[in-house]
Structures are given as structure tokens and as C-alpha cells.
Design a protein around this ligand. Structure first.
Ligand SMILES: N[C@@H](CCC[C@H](N)C(=O)O)C(=O)O
Length: 276
């Protein structure tokens, strides 16, 4: 049976979307890895699998697989693409609806061509990270090449470390990203962000993602960077996060409120994978 899929992206973070609302099982891991390969397949940062809703009142649920086949708890850009896919397939015409993600319910609002998502509450006290549990939040230290660098650790449904840097463009993204991942400070792996404060309303960001490497944008990473800099008093509670593939708006009105992320979602093409 040919495997139908949709290629999508959100600010350049690209996806293959599979519709599994009929309950059909996932294709085997080897095939998915081949599809994810940019030379021998279609290529994607993440695979998004849309499944029936798991809670009353939700439109659908989704699972997220990174390019290397590992599962993730959240994907901000992917959630907007799932929402857009469902809207453009006619699964809902509501202006506001809910999706079920592995990290819990995600509220979606349609704003013309853009989508605003309720990304939940940031979690700054990572007691699931034993090496950091006794350190002093929100900043932790990690030695790279003999020099200690400060980062903040925050969960947005998936784990993030955020380094504040002078220049995102010149940041040692792969080097530090791989070093922090290899040190296993975060037992389940980590997405590593490099945030440059431009001014109170703007952040430049690059992210070395768990299970992929550097991507053109990371939605949960944009939330993690924004709330980290907000917590440090370096930016306002409403900021634009500029990533290599596009800009996301992040709002966190106060510490007791959920984080909202607003950005684009685009269908690129429909495909049919015929097994060789
Ligand atoms: N690109 C994503 C995050 C995808 C999952 C991440 N690599 C992980 O393993 O946690 C986003 O837009 O949030």
C-alpha cells in the first residue's frame, strides 16, 4: 500500500505528517528513518503522526518522532502544523479548539494565517535532572573546554537548556550542543538553545535539537529561551524570537500564566511513498 503523507513546515522546522486517525499502525521504524533522510528519502526534522483524540472535546491527538526515531513530548512548530493540517482537511472549522499532545492538551486559536498555541507552564526546577537538582535555579553552570558557561534549564513539555550569548550567529551551536548532550546532565537528552538579547522586545535564537541537530526553528525552544530571559528580567513579557527560518511571538504575561506561542504553519506538498 502506498503511504500518503503531507510535507509541511513551521518557520522552516520541517515535517512529514501522517494521518493515522483511522487507527492504522505506524510504518516500521526502518522505513520512517529512510523517509526522514534528506538524501535517501523525503527529509524531515520531525515526523508528526495524527491520531484520534484521546480526550472528549479534542479534535485529534498527535505524536512526535525526531529524525533519529526518538519520541518527543512536545513540538511547538509541529503543533501549529497539525492544527493547520486539520483545519485545511476540514476536520474542524472552529476558531479555537484543542489538540492532545504527549505533554497534555494544547489550546489552539486561529489568527488568519497564523496559529496561537497555549504551550502550558514552563517548569524551571528540573528535579528529574539529578545533577542540577541541588544547583541554584534559574542558572546552572556547565564546563566546556575548561570554561564554565551559565545556562537555564526549563521544561516546556520537553527538556531545554538555554545559553545566553553575545551573538547567535557566531554561537558554537553544534560544539556546545553536542557537548551538553554527551555529558548526560539531562538523562533523557536535551534541546540546546543559544539566545541573543537584541533589545527588550527581540531575541535572536538558534537551537541544536535533541534527535536532529540544528534546525531552522524550534517552537518549544523559542518558548524556553523567551521565558528564561523574561525570568532573568532581560526582556519584556511579549517578545519576538527570530530564528533562522522565521519569527515566533512569545507571550508570558506573568509567572502564574501559561505561555502562548504564535507563528505560521504551511503545507508544502502532498506525497505518496511507494515502497521500493
Ligand atoms: N522542533 C520542535 C521540538 C521537537 C522535539 C525536540 N527535538 C525534542 O526531542 O524534544 C519544536 O518546534 O518545539
Amino acid at each position: 500500500m502506498p503511504l500518503r503523507f503531507t510535507k509541511m513546515h513551521g518557520a522552516g522546522n520541517d515535517f512529514v505528517v501522517l494521518d493515522r486517525r483511522d487507527g492504522a499502525p505506524l510504518p516500521d521504524a526502518g522505513l520512517l528513518r529512510q523517509m526522514g533522510d534528506r538524501h535517501f528519502g523525503v527529509g524531515f526534522d520531525q515526523l508528526l503522526v495524527i491520531e484520534p483524540p484521546s480526550a472528549d472535546g479534542s479534535v485529534a491527538s498527535y505524536r512526535i518522532l525526531n529524525q533519529d526515531g526518538s519520541f518527543a513530548g512536545q513540538c511547538g512548530n509541529g503543533a501549529r502544523c497539525v492544527a493547520h493540517w486539520l483545519v485545511t482537511e476540514g476536520a474542524t472549522d472552529a476558531a479555537a479548539f484543542t489538540l492532545d499532545s504527549p505533554a497534555g492538551p494544547v489550546g489552539v486559536r486561529r489568527l488568519g494565517e497564523r496559529y496561537a498555541l497555549d504551550m502550558g507552564f514552563p517548569y524551571f526546577a528540573p528535579d528529574d535532572i539529578p545533577l542540577l537538582a541541588e544547583a541554584e535555579a534559574p542558572l546552572y553552570r556547565f564546563p566546556i573546554d575548561g570554561v564554565e558557561h551559565a545556562f537555564s534549564a526549563v521544561s516546556m513539555g520537553n527538556p531545554h537548556a538555554v545559553f545566553l550569548v553575545d551573538s547567535a550567529q557566531d554561537a558554537p551551536v553544534a560544539h556546545w550542543g553536542q557537548a551538553l548532550q554527551a555529558a548526560q546532565v539531562f538523562p533523557d537528552g536535551v534541546n540546546v538553545g543559544f539566545a541573543e538579547r537584541v533589545d527588550a522586545g527581540n531575541i535572536r535564537l538558534r537551537v541544536f535539537e535533541r534527535g536532529v541537530g540544528e534546525t531552522l526553528a524550534c517552537g518549544s525552544g523559542a518558548c524556553a529561551a523567551a521565558v528564561s530571559l523574561m525570568r532573568l528580567g532581560l526582556v519584556a513579557r511579549h517578545v519576538a524570537v527570530h530564528l533562522p527560518g522565521g519569527t515566533l511571538m512569545i507571550d508570558w504575561p506573568d509567572d502564574s500564566a501559561p505561555v502562548t506561542m504564535t507563528g505560521p504553519a504551511e503545507r508544502v506538498y502532498e506525497g505518496e511513498w511507494r515502497h521500493a
